[in-house]
Unconditional design. Structure first.
Length: 83
């Protein structure tokens, strides 16, 4: 048995909230600004009073951590079998 990644179209809001809750504050903050609110890196840098390079780095690592958190909170399924 193995974990199967959940396709984005099947991710529910509760799963997203659980995964976001598993992130550090810094990672959650940049994801909320850059990905969920659609803010640009320069705009997020100005709002958060951080250098753009810091925003880019945090977004990179936050997305990696978010994907891992989604996988951890997703229901288990057997490969080849539905959900």
């Amino acid at each position: 048995m193995g974990r199967v990644s959940v396709p984005p179209s099947e991710v529910d809001g509760g799963l997203v909230l659980e995964a976001l809750g598993a992130l550090s504050w810094d990672h959650r903050q940049v994801l909320l600004e850059c990905h969920f609110a659609g803010m640009s890196v320069p705009a997020a840098a100005a709002k958060l009073d951080l250098p753009p390079a810091t925003i880019k780095s945090r977004v990179y690592y936050a997305l990696r951590a978010f994907k891992l958190a989604l996988d951890e909170h997703a229901p288990l399924s057997v490969e080849g079998e539905p959900g």
